[in-house]
Design a protein around this ligand. Sequence first.
Ligand code: F0G
Length: 456
Amino acid sequence: MKTIIEPFKIKSVEPIFFTTKEERVDILKEAHFNPFLIKAKNVIIDLLTDSGTSAMSSEQWAGMMRGDESYAGSSSFFHFEETVRSITHMPFIIPTHQGRASEKILFSIIGGKGKYFVSNTLFDTTRANIEFSGAEGVDLLCAEGNQPALIAPFKGNMDVARLEQFIQDKGAENIPIVMITITNNSGGGQPVSMENIKAVRAVCTAHNIPLFIDACRFAENAYFIKLREKGYENKTVFEIAQELFSYADGCTMSAKKDAFANIGGFLAMKDEDLAMHCRNLLVITEGFPTYGGLAGRDLEAIAIGLKEIMEEDYLRYRIRSIEYIGDKLDIDNIPYIKPTGGHAVYLDAKAFLPHIPAHEFPGQALCCELFIEGGIRGVEIGTVMFGKYDADGNTIPAPMELVRLAIPRRVYTQSHIDYVTEVISAVYKRRNEIKGLKISYESPLLRHFTAKFERL
Ligand code: F0G
C-alpha cells in the first residue's frame, strides 16, 4: 500500500521559532513547570490541544468573508442551523461560543444538588460544570478502557451493566440525563461503538432518562465505527453520524474540534421546553439565539467545517496520521494507550516513569522533559488534572497517568511528527534520570491550568 498523504496543499504558513535546550530549561522554570504557562512562541511543536488549533480551509476563509453580521436572523445562522440539523436531526439548535458554554447553560438548568450525571467519561470542563451546579458526575467506563496496553476496538464504551445498576441504586428521577462522550477524550480518544450507543439508549428508554452526546469528535468516532464495526463498512461517515445522533435526545458540541473552527460550539436538543430554558439563559450569558456567543463569520466557518470534517479522504489521513505515531513508538516499546485514538496519542506515564509515584506527578514530569528535549508541549491527564485529596490531605491518584499529545487538525506534516517521535525516544532513553514534581500553588477548581510546580 502507498503512503496515505495529507489530502491538502498548504497556502498560508506560520513560522516556528527554534530554541536551544538551555533556553528551554529557563523557559520551563519561568513557567513553574506547567506547560500551560509557557508562551506559545517558545513552543516548537504545540500538541497541547486539538481544540481551536485547526488550520481552516480556503473555503472556510472565503465563508468568513461572506459571514452575515446581522444581529438577528443572520443568513450565516441559517446556514449553520441547516448544517447541524442535517447531521443531528435535532429541531432546536443553539449556538454558543464554545463547548463549555453549552455545558454551563445545560447543567445550570438540569443540574443541582442531589442529581447525578452518568457518562463513559466526562471531560474535565463537563465535570466541573456539573459539580459547579451542585450535582455529581459519575464515570462508568467499560473495563477495557482503563487498561492502557490492551488492544480493543471500542475502549470508549460505557459499561451498560453498571449503568443499569447505578440507575437502580440512585433512582432514575435523580439522573436528569446520561451523557456519552465521543470519542472519549479523557480516556485516550477511544471511540464508542454504535452497538454501545444503542444499548445505552435502550437502558435510558426503559428508565425514561434522556441521552445526550458530547459530540466534540463525532466525525472521528463515526469513522472508527466505519473501520471497526460490522455492518458499517459501506456506509458514509455522514450516514453513520446521522444514525448515531438519532439515538440521542440532545448534544453539546465544541466546534473547536470536529468542525475545524477556531472558536464556537452549540447545544442541540429535541425537547422544546428545555430549549426554551436554554435560550433564556443564552440571551443573558452568550447572546441572541441566532448568534449565541459568535460572530456571523464564525457560524459560517463552522457550517463549512462540519461538512469538510466528514470527508473520508480527510478522516482516512487523520486516523492514519495518529496511528503512524504509535507505529514509531512501538519500535522502542514506548508505552502508550493502545490502539491510538482519534485526535491524540496518550503516553502512559505510569509505565514510562515507574519510579515516580502518583503524588509526584509522573505525567507532569514527562511533559516537562518533552519540552526540554525538543520544545514539544503536551498536557498531563493524570493526577494533576483529576487527583483529589482525602480528609487527611493525602493525594487520591487518578486511575491513569497520561501525557496527551493532541494533534491539531491539518497543521503539522509528517516530518514534524517524525521529529516528535524522535524527541519522545530520546526522553525514553534517559527516563531513569527523570525526577518528580511537587505543587507549590493550586486553585480549587481545574487546577491543572494554573498550578505551579517545583522539581523534587
Ligand atoms: N467535551 C470534550 C470531550 C472536550 O474535549 C472539550 C474540550 C470540551 C467538552 C469543552 O469544549 O473547550 O470548546 O469549551 N477539550 C479541549 C481539549 C479543551 O484540549 O481536549 P471547549
